[in-house]
Write a protein that binds this ligand. Sequence first.
Ligand code: TRP
Length: 461
Amino acid sequence: MALKDNSSQNRWSSRWLFVLAAAGSAVGLGNIWKFPYIAGENGGGAFVLIYLVCIALVGIPIMISEVLMGREGRSSPIHTMRILAKKAGRSQRWALLGWLGVMTGFLILSYYAVIAGWAINYFWLTANGTFDGAGGDFVAQAFTDLQADPMRMVAYQTAFMVVTIWIVGRGVTAGLERAIQWFMPALFILLVVLLIYSFNSGGFAQGWAFMFDLKWDAVGPEAWLIAMGQAFFTLSLGMGTMMAYGAYVPEDARLSTTVVTIALLDTVVAIAAGLAIFPIVFANGLEVSQGPGLTFVTLPLAFGQMPFGAFFGAVFFILISFAAITSAISLTEPALAYLTEEYNAKRQRVAISLGVVCWVLGLGTVFSFNIWSDVFVVGELNFFGFVDYLSQNIMLPLGGMLITIFAAWLLPRDMINRQLGISSPAVSWAWRIVAGILAPLGVLAIFIYTVWPLIQNLFNL
Ligand code: TRP
C-alpha cells in the first residue's frame, strides 16, 4: 500500500500555533477537576514539587519523543509508525502502536463528550440563576437528576460532539487553528477573571495553604505514582495525539524548548485552576471533594452563595467546556489523519463517520449513570467504569512505554540528533538515559500500580 506523505497539505502556520494547539490538548478536564484536588490531598506544595519532577523526567521526554516521531514521519501515527519502523529496519508490527492510539482516542472521546456535556448543561443552569441561594440538598439533587436523565445527557453529549466534529472536519488550518485561536485566549482570560474573583472571596489564604503548604508528612510513595499518572494524562501522552500534532510542526521549530513551553502552560493552568477553585470552596465553609462532586455539586453550591455567583459560575462552566473542546479535537486527530490518508477521503466525511461511531459508544457511558448503572462489564466496573479504566489505566501507559522505548532505542541515533538538534555525544547519552530508561520505568511503575488491583480482583472472582 502507498505510504502517503501529506507533508505539503497540513502544517501549523507557526510554531506558536503548535504550542497553543498542543497546550489546548493538554489543558482539559484533567487540569480543572483532577489536579487541584490530588495536589491538596497528597501533600500540597510537596506534591506540586513531586509533580514538577514527574513532568520534567517522564512527561517532557515522552512528549519530545512523540513530537519528534511525528515530525519525522509526517503522517498519521499509524503511517508514521510504519515509515519509522521501515527507516529503522524494524518490524512493521510497530504500526499496531498507532492502532492502539486510535482506539484509545475513540474510547476516551466517547466519555469525554458526555462529561463535557454536563459542563455545557451547567453553564445554562448557573447562568439562569438555578443555584442562587440554593442549599446543599437542592444542588446535590440537581446533579442526581441530571445523571438519572438519559435524554438530557444525550442532548448535551450530542451538542458537544457536533461542535467537535464540525471543527475537526474543517481541517488543520480552517478548523483546528481557527478554533484554537479563539478558545485558548478566551480560556486564559476566563481563568484570570475567576482568579481575581477568588482572590477577593475571603478564602484565598486558606486555598493557597491547601495547595502550597509543604505537607511532607502527607506524602507517601503513592503520591509519586499519582503524580506520574497525572503528568502523563494531563500532557495527552501515550496515544499518538502529540505524534499526530507533531506531524504538522514546521521544520525549523526547536522541539525541546517548544515542548517545555507546552508543559509549562499546562502546569500553570492546573495550578491556577486550583487557586481559582479552592478559595471559593473555603470561603463558603465547604469541604473539598473530588472530580464530579467538586465540579458539579460543591462549586455550584459555593457560587450560589456568593455575590455575582451566577455570572462567575457561568464563567467557570464555559471555561471547562472550552478546555474540553480543545482536548476533544486532539483526541480525534490520530484516527482522522489515518482515515483521510488511507482512503484519500474527504476530511469532513471521515469526521462525521468517526463522530457517529464515537457518539454511539458514548451512549454506553450515558446509560452507565442510569439504566445500565448495574450492568457490570468486568468485576465492579460498569460500561463507563470499564472504558475509563481500560483507556486511561491500561492503554495509555502501554502506548507511552512503547513509544519512548521505540524513540530512544530503535530509531537511528543520527535521526534523533538531527530532530533534536543535538551535537554532543554527552547530551545524546543523557537523552537516552532519561527518555530510554527513566521515563519508561516511570510509566511501568504506574502501570503495575494501577493494574495490580484489577488482577487481584479478577482472580478473586
Ligand atoms: N490532557 C487532557 C486533560 O487533561 C485529556 C486528553 C486530551 C488526553 N487528549 C488526550 C489524554 C490524549 C491522553 C491522551 O483532560
